[in-house]
Unconditional design. Structure first.
Length: 98
């Protein structure tokens, strides 16, 4: 899946993600760089809506929604990201969907 296709999937899921408390979604990693292959998963970073704290149940719902939308494994990271190395990778590769 290329970057454009992945962003299209995320945009189609926008209203469902927003209903779960997600304000912003972006890709990072190989899909965002447009150099993934058929074995690549999709790395997604989400930003909760202002004042919303996503608990494990919320995150499980977001993960399931994304994996059903893509049809395969999705790795989800929630901002703010504490690990400096991961935060830098996200900043470097970030491709905003909404």
């Amino acid at each position: 899946m290329n970057r454009e296709q992945a962003i299209d999937v995320l945009r189609r899921l926008r209203s469902s993600l927003e209903a779960r408390g997600v304000a912003h979604v972006a890709l990072f990693g190989s899909t965002a760089r447009d150099d993934g292959d058929d074995r690549s998963d999709v790395d997604v970073v989400i930003t909760p809506a202002e004042g919303k704290r996503l608990d494990l149940i919320d995150l499980g719902g977001v993960q399931t929604l994304l994996e059903e939308g893509f049809g395969f494994a999705v790795d989800v990271v929630v901002e703010p990201v504490r690990k400096a190395e991961l935060r830098l990778a996200i900043q470097r590769d970030r491709a905003d969907a909404f």
